[in-house]
Design a protein around this ligand. Structure first.
Ligand code: TXA
Ligand code: MG
Length: 359
């Protein structure tokens, strides 16, 4: 279906704009799609209990058919209508982290259409910490299935114009409440089994979950990766190749690399010193993990928009939020630069026709 996509501004606290919300609710109640902001990234929402609405999400995003969706609910009571809680962990997590960037995976109740979790007997659920998302859930009366509102494989959208760039003509409406505050997607934790397991790291970290649950939390999805199908796919790829700069890369090799890149337009994310005379088109400052997370996806898109031929980003420290950042950066990256040899290997891969200056 082809749409004239409406991009409409709303306040981030979810107040006002009654006509806009009633138009959005009409679309959702008729099985249509509305992109909306959350605290993590923009989501592409539809009625989670309608198989036709769920199918429309997959079509608009070109999403692989076996990758299940997260369902957004208003509160704990709403969640309980959709899932069972065999190990009694839901209430503890909900009171500590909801509304917020924590998605829990629990056994799906029988009345919930299996389309939303692609036939898995579990369902992923969260209560978003955003006035616009919560108002949409409340006024539509729907649980909203919402994956990130990007075309599959592209960086997740943290601003409404990112959604418009990817989905213009493919969806009827985008609610624009400005940039998302967290900037990377929610932590996904499987609490359906005897062992609690993080399937996707995010802002809510294992230590915090352990403290609230009073039991150990397995950090690496490892052999269980198939349980969260979304972790299998190539993700977040900008057009230009991304290389990660390891803190061990000696200053001399960094300097050598910059000299070799003088003919190129490149993007940089990090705190290393930049030689004057280089052609850095966009710089992501990565000043602390929080700011790094908030600005990361927007920077990936900006590098492309500014014609970067190559993107170099410093490896985050692998503590706290850095673990989640590394999870996303790893999926976007071609490789890591730790030694001079890696630099030579990277330079050899840059096609010679791209040595011409682009303007
Ligand atoms: O912050 C977020 O989580 C954002 C906002 C919009 O809420 N949503 C988001 O959705 O990131 P998406 O579809 O891009 O990622 C959902 C992830 C995927 O890795 C998917 O495989 C996993 O959650 N997932 C969904 N249902 C699952 C289930 N029943 N069992 C295991 N993993 C599941
Ligand atoms: Mg996504």
């Amino acid at each position: 279906m082809k749409y004239q996509t409406a991009l409409v501004k709303v306040a981030a606290d979810g107040l006002g704009s009654d006509k806009i919300y009633s138009a959005a609710v009409t679309i959702l109640r008729s099985g249509g799609l509305v992109a909306f902001p959350s605290e993590t990234v923009y989501g592409l929402g539809a009625d989670a209990l309608r198989a036709d609405a769920v199918a429309a999400i997959f079509a608009a995003k070109n999403r692989p058919a076996d990758n299940p969706l997260i369902v957004h609910v208003g509160d704990l009571q709403h969640a309980r209508k959709l899932v069972e809680d065999p190990h009694g962990r839901l209430e503890k997590l909900a009171s500590a982290f909801w509304p917020g960037p924590l998605t829990v995976v629990l056994p799906r109740r029988a009345h919930v259409d299996p389309a939303v979790s692609r036939g898995l007997n579990t369902l992923a659920l969260r209560v978003p910490d955003h006035g616009v998302a919560l108002r949409l859930i409340r006024e539509s009366g729907c649980a909203l299935a919402a994956p990130s509102a990007n075309l599959s494989g592209r960086p997740s959208p943290t601003q409404a114009d990112h959604v418009l760039n990817d989905l213009s003509g493919r969806i009827p409406m985008i609610l624009d409440a400005g940039p998302c505050q967290v900037g990377i997607e929610s932590t996904v934790v499987d609490i359906s089994n005897s062992t609690v397991r993080i399937l996707r790291p995010g802002q809510v970290q294992a230590e915090a979950l352990e403290k609230v649950l009073g039991e150990p939390v397995t950090r690496d999805a490892g052999a269980q990766k198939h349980r969260s199908p979304g972790t299998r796919y190539r993700h977040y790829r900008p057009q230009a190749p991304v290389w990660v700069v390891d803190p061990r890369l000696p200053a001399a090799d960094w300097s050598h690399l910059q000299k070799q890149l003088q003919a190129f337009r490149w993007g940089y994310g990090g705190q290393r010193e930049l030689d004057p005379g280089g052609r850095v088109v966009t710089q992501l400052l990565c000043d602390g993990a929080k700011a790094f997370a908030r600005d990361f996806y927007a920077a990936l898109r900006q590098f492309d928009a500014n014609g970067a031929q190559l993107i170099l980003i410093d490896k985050p420290e692998l503590t706290g939020l850095g673990t989640a950042l590394w999870d996303r950066l790893k999926k976007a990256a071609e490789g890591e630069l730790c030694h001079g040899n890696d630099v030579e290997a990277l330079l050899a891969k840059i096609p010679s026709n791209s040595t011409k200056n682009r303007t």
